[in-house]
Design a binder for this molecule. Structure first.
Ligand code: ADP
Ligand code: MG
Length: 466
């Protein structure tokens, strides 16, 4: 073990917070409380990060269950770290804060020179950005997602590029991110030589802006252009962000020209991506466009059965599974959340799962599913709140005292219902979807700049939800 003194600087503490946060999300609250809460950070010694637990038992558990993951997550946060150590017992000393050596939090995933160390570091950074549960093995295939799944497998498994880009789209919580991570895990395992870069569009933008600020756009461009497979998640995020779109368009073209695979996800089809430049929209639709529909009853049941079978010590009766599959139809994330609650509860109280106990446990969630608010209800509530006539929700009047509440109602309709922008537009006196989009953006903007306004809108939202 290195004999250098321990160093603990605020940046490393922040990194530790993120590592813990990730593990917490991945392991679930129960395991986190028992095993990971007691894990603390001592500091960095040389290239090793030193953590500490109160007992040898805990050390064994942590090392065997998530040692590797911990290592990858640390590498992903800080590429100055090459190893982790866990000590047992009380910490003897904490290094004074002034002893800070700069530890780079290098967000850049792909480096230019690609030597062995960098390759290892890239791989660690890739896996750190991936959720270990999101593999093909854990993805349940049904009618509503089989096409997207097949396309994802094709991209992962084939060495030549047959369609570019692969564009996956669908509503929230339907498995887009899961499929993208699955592609990355697959390539990581089967073809370690291929360079894969997965990133949210938000992070892409953040990195781009940072590169602009530090006048470092050359290396920004180089990083992206050196990959074999580029995956950008939630592309709708860069709608309306013109310079980021421009940069993305160039990156995209450069990769496609070199026959590198690009995979994109979005919450709607390329042609419906409002706020995107026309040439980019059309370019995104050139490859294979695969949509994921909301899971049907059979798929929902299949997903529940698969997930429940991963917890063999809890028996969930078939009736309860059917009940959940029937009642929770909004998206897979909510379905999963409901099942997790049932499983966690059963483990904690040690009582058999029954239909009654499930209904009791999920009362709030089930009520929310039963009662989906309608656009009319939103309009009515907002009109009352601002003391305007319901008729003005659909009228052409443009005075701010009327137009603003109308925009707030549009914003709430977008947030609280599953209606598309054109559908919302129709309910507001046949307005165009771009008008709705403008209204939604305007409200978001005002909320960001004016806390009182934001509070008002949030209050309305809570009232409509309850
Ligand atoms: P999206 O990116 O489309 O919003 P995610 O990929 O994050 O959705 O999926 C939400 C949750 O639902 C994740 O935990 C994911 O593992 C799970 N999930 C979605 N579809 C499936 C599926 N077909 N089989 C298993 N799990 C799924
Ligand atoms: Mg996602």
């Amino acid at each position: 073990m290195a004999s250098e003194p321990l160093k603990l600087d605020p940046e490393v503490e922040d990194q530790w917070k993120r590592v813990r946060g990730r593990l917490r999300a991945e392991l679930g609250e129960a395991a986190f409380k028992t095993w990971l809460r007691p894990l603390s950070l001592d500091g960095v010694s040389g290239k090793e990060v030193v953590m500490r637990v109160p007992s040898a038992n805990m050390k064994d558990w942590v090392m065997s269950r998530c040692g590797e993951r911990l290592h990858d997550l640390w590498r992903g946060e800080n590429d100055g770290i090459t190893g982790i150590a866990i000590k047992v017992g009380k910490t003897e000393r904490r290094a004074p804060r002034r002893e800070v050596t700069p530890v780079r939090r290098d967000l850049d995933l792909i480096r230019h020179d690609g030597n062995a160390l960098n390759a290892a570091s890239e791989a660690a950074q890739l896996t750190a950005s991936l959720d270990p549960r999101f593999t093909f093995d854990n993805f349940v295939v049904g009618k509503t997602n089989e096409f997207a799944h097949a396309a994802a497998q094709r991209v992962a498994g084939s060495d030549s590029v047959t369609f570019n880009p692969l564009f996956l789209y669908g509503g929230v919580g339907l498995g887009k991110t899961h499929l993208m991570h699955a592609i990355a895990w697959y390539i990581h395992a089967k073809k370690p030589g291929r360079r894969v870069l997965y990133m949210s569009a938000e992070k892409f933008m953040y990195k781009f802006i940072r590169a602009l600020r530090y006048k470092d756009t050359m290396s920004f461009k180089d990083q992206f252009r050196a990959v074999d497979v580029l995956m950008i998640d939630d592309i709708q995020f860069i709608a309306g962000k013109d310079s980021t779109q421009e940069e993305f368009f160039h990156t995209f073209n450069a990769l496609v020209d070199q026959n590198r695979q690009v995979v994109i996800s979005g919450d709607r089809s390329p042609s419906d991506l409002d706020g995107m430049e026309e040439r980019l929209r059309s370019r995104l639709g050139w490859g294979l466009v695969a949509d994921i529909h909301p899971a049907d009853y059979e798929l929902r049941l299949g997903i529940l059965e698969t997930k429940a079978s991963q917890f063999p010590d809890v028996i969930v009766p078939q009736r309860v599974m059917e009940f959940l599959a029937h009642k929770i139809s909004s998206n897979v994330r909510e379905l999963e959340g409901a099942l997790n609650r049932v499983l966690a509860h059963a483990q904690l109280v040690g009582q058999p799962v029954t239909l009654d106990s499930t209904q009791e446990l999920l009362r709030d969630l089930l009520r929310a599913q039963d009662r989906r608010v309608t656009i009319e209800e939103i309009q009515k509530r907002v009109a009352e709140h601002f003391n305007i006539r319901m008729a003005d929700m659909v009228s052409a009047r443009k005075q701010r005292a009327i137009a603003r509440p109308r925009q707030i109602a549009m914003y709430l309709a977008k947030r609280l219902t599953s209606r598309s922008l054109p559908e919302i537009g129709r309910k507001f006196g046949g307005r165009d979807h771009t008008t709705v989009m403008h209204g939604v953006r305007k409200v978001e903007e005002l909320m960001a700049g004016d806390p009182t306004f934001a509070e008002d809108v949030e209050l309305l939202e809570r009232m409509l939800e309850s």
